[in-house]
Design a protein around this ligand. Structure first.
Ligand code: ZN
Length: 81
């Protein structure tokens, strides 16, 4: 199977890429991608570069997923007003 990081791709740990987003991942240089574990159905966010090696945080002992916050402001909390 080709793994090219497009939605619908599975990585080697059977984690499905649901969508690529423009939301910020764990830092401002990373885009957040949404993934779903095929074995258990758990959905979580990851930094884009982590996709290829990501393990499910629920059933494969991977690190906790990033929180997916589509309504989050683009600026960090406390930086405005
Ligand atoms: Zn899982």
């Amino acid at each position: 199977m080709k793994i090219d990081g497009t939605p619908g791709s599975l990585n080697r740990n059977r984690q499905l890429l649901i969508a690529q987003t423009a939301w910020q991942g764990s830092d401002e240089r990373q885009a957040l991608w949404i993934m779903q574990c095929m074995p258990c159905g758990h959905m979580y966010g990851v930094d884009a570069p982590d996709f290829f090696q990501r393990k499910c945080p629920a059933c494969q002992g991977g690190p906790p997923g990033l929180v997916v916050k589509p309504d989050a402001p683009a600026t960090p909390p406390g930086s405005s007003s």
